[in-house]
Design a binder for this molecule. Structure first.
Ligand SMILES: C[S@@+](CC[C@H](N)C(=O)[O-])C[C@H]1O[C@@H](n2cnc3c(N)ncnc32)[C@H](O)[C@@H]1O
Length: 289
């Protein structure tokens, strides 16, 4: 498993914000301009445009980071900058470069979730599950910070799933990614009475992310509340701790609606991006004691 090569400065501020900065320098050299200078490598081109289902070259990954965030190493994954993970055989689709939870954020989330799990109970998680695995990077970091838990992710898209499975094998990561709809995947798990489940929930945002109104958890595909209900029903009455990915601006009513599904919950934000472009989690527990 790659070492923790990304260093993160974490400052807990008031109102649950964690400030995190990638330790790597923001290099701006070395990115080949392989397409016309007018092609902006942004969310639209990679997520809903012609690059959605295309395996990106290294320069394209770096160009996306530069064009969209001023950082060619923005899409750092599995503890590595793009040049390193690409050299080790990792490949991602355009859509996955946008949808993945990159290192600086995935690691901050995983640290918080692990600390939250430990502070609420001395009994460790036995499973860590990402029903929407994508790149598998969030699952990788959660598994790293929840040692001993079995890590499994479900990924419906055949191309994403095949690439992620190949990447996981190339890097020897201690996670399993299964090509399956999350509902079938949850139903097929062979679990025991004493099991305890940590679940990370980030379904595709699609049209749920509005540039003005922010993220509406009722409009993700599938809606977050449906996923939480399915997770809780699958494992009840056993303990479940869910981390649901949020955007800095999220529809408050939709967040409250999801929070009501838990015994207790809290919101954490991570200052990894420019103000207004940050992500967070809603950490919700059911029977977690
Ligand atoms: C936002 S991405 C997840 C990113 C991921 N957390 C990571 O670290 O890369 C959501 C993923 O869920 C997958 N997906 C969508 N519907 C699904 C379903 N019903 N079951 C399993 N996976 C699904 C999509 O193909 C996509 O790759």
């Amino acid at each position: 498993m790659p070492s923790d090569s990304v260093s993160i400065e974490r400052t807990h501020e008031s109102n649950g914000v964690v400030r995190c900065m990638a330790g790597a320098a923001l290099g701006h050299g070395g990115v080949r301009r392989g397409r016309s200078v007018t092609d902006r490598y942004d969310r639209a081109l990679l997520l809903s445009g012609p690059k959605r289902d295309v395996v990106l070259g290294l320069w394209e990954v770096q160009r996306y980071g530069l064009d969209s965030y001023g950082d060619e190493n923005y899409v750092s994954l599995y503890g590595m900058q793009p040049a390193e993970w690409h050299a080790r055989g990792v490949r991602v689709l355009g859509r996955t470069a946008v949808e993945c939870t990159r290192d600086v954020l995935a690691r901050a989330i995983a640290q918080d979730v692990a600390a939250g799990a430990a502070s609420r109970s001395h009994r460790p998680a036995t499973w860590v599950i990402d029903p929407f695995a994508g790149s598998g990077n969030t699952l990788h970091w959660l598994a790293h910070h929840l040692p001993g838990a079995r890590a499994i992710g479900f990924e419906l898209d055949a191309q994403v799933s095949d690439l992620t499975r190949r990447n996981v094998a190339a890097l020897g990561l201690a996670i399993d990614v299964v090509r399956r709809d999350y509902r079938e995947g949850l139903a097929a798990l062979s679990t025991a009475d004493h099991d305890r489940f940590v679940v990370f929930i980030a379904p595709p945002w699609g049209r749920a992310l509005d540039p003005v109104r922010g993220l509406d958890l009722r409009s993700t595909e599938p809606p977050v509340a449906d996923v939480v209900q399915r997770v809780v029903e699958s494992f009840a009455p056993r303990p479940v701790l869910c981390a649901i990915q949020l955007y800095e601006q999220s529809d408050a009513a939709s967040v409250r609606e999801v929070a009501r599904l838990f015994d207790a919950s809290e919101v954490r934000m991570y200052a990894c991006n420019a103000p207004g472009q940050n992500h967070g989690i809603l950490l919700g527990e059911r029977n977690w004691s």
